[in-house]
Ligand binder design. Structure first.
Ligand SMILES: [Zn+2]
Ligand SMILES: [Zn+2]
Length: 300
């Protein structure tokens, strides 16, 4: 009986819906390879950085390589293929924060290498090429998948430290919606059309305290609005976070489903019937982004 085994998407959330993990991976994409590089740019404590690097390496997203410097043996961390395949998740996080969260210092642009222009992303279905949002999709959950509480028991997380303040790391909106596994789960459920407190509680098997807290934070952030009848509806800003969730689900299917984790949640594009894979097009030239078409985004 494998019904208590956490599914691919549940595992993906457990692994990736964590602020420090996402910031460490973002830096790896920007070229950071060494322990000191993360410690300096993220102002992260040794205990937190060591623990996160260990879980990221255990999950196969970074691999270590030894090199010699000044006669000493040192270690660096390189993105593996499955780690590099997170580009879509990281770029959709960037794009959403850039387009949707007002801030004093603007985030650096996402520059599309093919046209050289600062771009916003247009999400489309990779199978049929049509633009896609939550209203054009259908989500199925496998019956009997255990909730995330299973995971929380298995992998307790340390309390979060103080976050760095440089412009690359400050993604306050995005980290609210994807930087914590419960928040990501609640918003993911809202994207599937769930609106009432009792439905969230039933579908997610989440404690009422945690659920109330996340719903309140999402209302404050403007991704959900509370109606007169007490329901929670997605705002445009909330709906625009759809590509982030799809990217996480898509990656989890590919890599954790590939490892044999049961598929616990599937998103289909209603228009063409295919399991949704995202294609991200450039709003300036109409070309399609891939892993190599983003110029390194750097502050200033
Ligand atoms: Zn389609
Ligand atoms: Zn372009």
């Amino acid at each position: 009986m494998r019904s208590q085994e956490l599914g691919a998407v549940g595992r993906g959330l457990g692994l990736l819906a964590d602020t420090w993990t996402l910031l460490i991976l973002q830096r790896a994409f920007l070229g950071v390879r060494r322990y000191a590089g993360w410690r300096e740019t993220l102002k992260i404590s040794d205990a937190t950085l060591s623990a996160r690097l260990r879980s990221i390496v255990d999950a196969g997203l970074l691999e270590t390589r030894s090199y010699r410097e000044g006669g000493r043996e040192r270690r660096e961390y390189l993105l593996t293929e499955r780690g590099a395949d997170l580009w879509k998740l990281l770029i959709t996080i960037w794009d959403w924060e850039k387009a949707r969260v007002p801030r004093e210092t603007p985030l650096p642009d996402i520059v599309h290498r093919a046209c050289g222009e600062p771009a916003l992303l247009l999400p489309r279905c990779a199978s049929c090429g049509e633009p896609v949002g939550p209203r054009e999709t259908e989500v199925t959950r496998a019956p009997g998948s255990p909730g995330l509480e299973t995971l929380s028991r298995q992998h307790p997380r340390r309390t979060r430290g103080r976050l760095p303040e440089d412009p690359l790391s400050v993604l306050p909106g995005a980290m609210e919606i994807i930087g914590d596994r419960w928040g990501a789960t609640v918003l993911g459920a809202a994207l599937t059309g769930i609106r009432s407190f009792s439905c969230f509680a039933t579908v997610l098997a989440i404690s009422p305290e945690v659920l109330s807290d996340r719903l309140r934070r999402f209302v404050d952030l403007g991704v959900l609005s509370r109606t007169g009848s007490g329901e929670y509806r997605l705002t445009d800003k909330g709906r625009a976070s759809f590509p982030i969730h799809v990217s996480l689900v898509e990656w989890s299917h590919r890599w954790l489903g590939g490892d044999g984790a049961p598929i616990d949640l599937t998103i289909r594009h209603r228009t063409c019937g295919a399991v949704l894979r995202l294609r991200l097009d450039c709003d300036r030239c109409g070309g399609t982004f891939d892993r190599r078409s983003v110029s390194p985004v750097r502050p200033g």
